[in-house]
Design a protein around this ligand. Sequence first.
Ligand SMILES: [Zn+2]
Ligand SMILES: [Zn+2]
Length: 275
Amino acid sequence: MTESGPILTFRGVRGSMPVSGSNTNRHGGHTLCIEVTSADRSVVLIDGGTGITRLHRNGAPGGATEYHVFLTHYHWDHIQGLLFFRPLYDESNTFTFYGHQWDTMSSREAIEGALRPPWFPVSIQDTAAHKTYVTISSTILEVGDLKITAAPLHHPQGVTAYRIDGPKRSVVVATDCERGEQEADETLRLLATGADMLVHDAQYSPAEYEDHYVGWGHSTWAQAAQAAHDAGVKRLILVSHDPARTDDEIDALVQRARGDFANTSAAYEGMQLEL
Ligand SMILES: [Zn+2]
Ligand SMILES: [Zn+2]
């Protein structure tokens, strides 16, 4: 990639839990983390799954850095990499965590409640970086040359979808969402209308979904294709791959999805999109 727009990089694409093994290497076994580096050198992250451990292993590469961590929700697979993220232990870095309110719990309470002893030796409160917490619902924020819009979708304990508008292109990240709830489907349609790319949950095949997983909070490749059609996006990228799914099975699922929406691909670790 030679142009200089912000670059989105997938660091983890797996749903539910990390996996390893030679038959998952091409797409990768880390749980969800998406990185977007913006022109003002701030770093936007969507989720802190184990994929976050793939970046900045020796600390922030450019010195003091502003990290903006947009959490889709607080399930383990989306936060379990955070305390392994080296820049969190450097007092020159600043972190802003964004997440929705659950029940009476603020984003700060949800994050601090999970990331502390006895579940981990260190409490996130005791890490050296400067941290602030923002509780969001339907919000528009600007980070450098990125405009970020949040909207709630349908998932147990809630989930937030994010639209990122860069100088050239826009992407909507809708992981961990189950279609079929009319209000949420319409929310996603409005959020993604006019977007270039839609990154959508496709954990299940339609048969798996019907037989076992209605109400588990995830979608099928067919539902992802429907969401792409409804919003009129140009490109669909499937994410939240089932932990039991091999690389070859993901490829087969993409082929089937292309029957419904031609410009479909599957997210893999290291995949980049220019915004
Ligand atoms: Zn998940
Ligand atoms: Zn979840």
